[in-house]
Design a protein around this ligand. Structure first.
Ligand code: HAX
Length: 435
């Protein structure tokens, strides 16, 4: 067992009795009630899953392993000469719950380094996909193509004890994550840079290596670190994390689970909103002939969008009821590094004009900006202007959290997920309106 896996195993052994006791002694204790509105309305707020990797408070926002985003950015060891922590250290933190020291970070760096070679057939498959396909399609297909590598599948076929499910899941997760930055950068260079692929660096951290492979200079390494960390996890009920969890609960391996997770992330109400924000802003810019609109002109664009039956991308949230702290972290970065950028000026103006309009319209429960409202402009500023690529970046980050969750779900023996559905007849009967 590698030192990282041993550390994780110690945590798992210490944690298991807590879950076992809750199940054995307190299974019947009620947590929540469910109403018809929630059953028809996308299961909003029903407390029906458990994870210890992150928790989303509607008012405060996300906490990763108990830490807020500013605390994570402050407390986790930073890459020398950079503003941002190591992604590897953050993954150690998600996986074990401990704030890593330099040695712990090195354990993750070594694990990723030894597993990062992408099989050539993966590149062949991506090259075979029509070049005008969405990059999320390419990423999802690349991952599913690697399913034949699954250690879990091989060990399961040979008779794996349930207590050990987490072990090959850990192997699959690290094998996949080590390769994801290179696969994502390959898709970028193939699709948008005439296939001029930049080989991976040896012994560089995720941020530096990813920026290098994308062909974007500093501080894009720090932008990438921030981006991957912020997008990693948002407790387990959101579409991407939930999809990954659900698929994995059937004991489908990590490749099936993460590919499915990405397919959920690719929807415009979820991760694709980051590209939609830039598309929306570009549209306004074109109509304005490039000039920055006045606040009144911007208000009109927002109202026009609403009146035409569309949502304002980057605003609203199914759980959050205040400005997303992931938005604020990126806003602070933008105020420091790109406050003169014309697109940032648009984003900044939307920050001011959209919430009062959504409040006046009176439909959205949360009128405040979410993570996707602010993420695209930073990419654009540093030269990654192909906005349909932005969800791929989100997906690479999200894999960190979802893999950590799936490893722990297997370690704690969480079963196949299987909620119950009712018919409309049954709901009418419960409502007392059945003829
Ligand atoms: N613009 C216009 N209308 C909005 C809105 C927005 N940004 N946000 C919510 N509404 C509307 C909903 O469409 C809904 O209208 P109907 O009653 O006509 O169906 C009404 O307000 C109530 O919705 P809600 O309860 O406040 O929000 P939901 O939990 O149903 O949906 C969404 C949450 C994030 C999907 C929603 O706010 C939205 O569509 N936002 C824009 C897209 C977006 O930014 N998505 C990314 C969210 C963050 C994320 O997951 N990132 O990956």
């Amino acid at each position: 067992m590698t030192a990282l896996k041993e550390k994780l195993f110690e945590k798992i052994v210490a944690w298991r009795p807590r879950t076992a006791r809750l199940l054995k002694e307190f299974s019947e204790v009620k947590v929540d009630e469910v109403n018809i509105g929630q059953i028809i309305g996308g299961m909003r707020d029903i407390k029906s899953m458990t994870t210890d990797i992150s928790y989303l408070d509607p008012q405060e926002g996300i906490r990763f392993r108990g830490l807020t985003i500013p605390e994570v950015l402050e407390k986790l060891p930073k890459v020398p000469g950079s503003e941002m922590p190591y992604v590897e250290g953050f993954f150690f933190f998600l996986l074990t719950g401990d704030i890593p020291d330099e040695k712990d970070i090195q354990l993750v760096v070594n694990e990723f380094e030894s597993r990062k070679k992408v099989p050539e057939y993966v590149f062949d498959v991506i090259r075979a996909i029509p070049i005008d396909s969405h990059p999320m399609t390419m990423l999802s297909a690349a991952i599913i193509t690697m399913q034949r590598e699954s250690v879990f599948v091989k060990r399961y076929e040979n008779g794996l004890n349930k207590n050990d499910y987490w072990d090959p899941t850990y192997e699959d997760s690290l094998n996949l994550m080590a390769k994801l930055p290179e696969i994502a950068a390959f898709i970028y260079r193939l699709k948008y840079k005439n296939g001029s692929v930049i080989p991976s660096l040896n012994n560089a951290d995720w941020g530096e290596n990813f920026a290098h492979m994308m062909g974007v200079s500093e501080p894009y390494d720090d932008v990438s670190r921030l981006y991957f960390i912020l997008h990693s996890d948002h407790e387990s009920g959101n579409v991407s994390a939930h999809t990954g969890h659900l698929v994995a609960s059937a004991l489908s391996d990590i490749y099936y689970s993460i590919s499915a997770m990405l397919n959920g992330l690719a929807g415009p109400l979820h991760g694709l909103a980051n590209q939609e924000v830039l598309r929306w802003i570009q549209d306004v810019m074109n109509k304005m002939g490039g000039k920055i609109p006045t606040e009144d002109e911007m208000k009109k664009f927002v109202w026009d969008t609403l009146k035409s039956g569309h949502v304002i991308p980057g605003f609203g949230h199914a759980v959050l009821r205040k400005t997303d702290p992931r938005y604020m972290a990126q806003r602070e970065f933008s105020l420091k590094h790109l406050h003169e950028d014309p697109i940032f000026k648009y984003v900044d103006m939307l920050y001011k004009v959209v919430p009062p309009i959504l409040l006046e319209q009176g439909k959205a429960k949360n009128p405040w900006p979410n993570v996707d409202s602010q993420s695209g402009v930073i990419q654009w500023h540093y030269g990654v202007k192909e906005y349909d690529f932005y969800t791929v970046l989100f997906g690479v980050g999200r894999a960190l959290g979802v893999c950590a969750n799936i490893i722990w779900a297997r370690a704690l023996g969480y079963p196949l997920e299987r909620p119950k559905s009712l018919t409309t007849d049954m709901l009418e009967e419960i409502a007392g309106i059945k003829k």
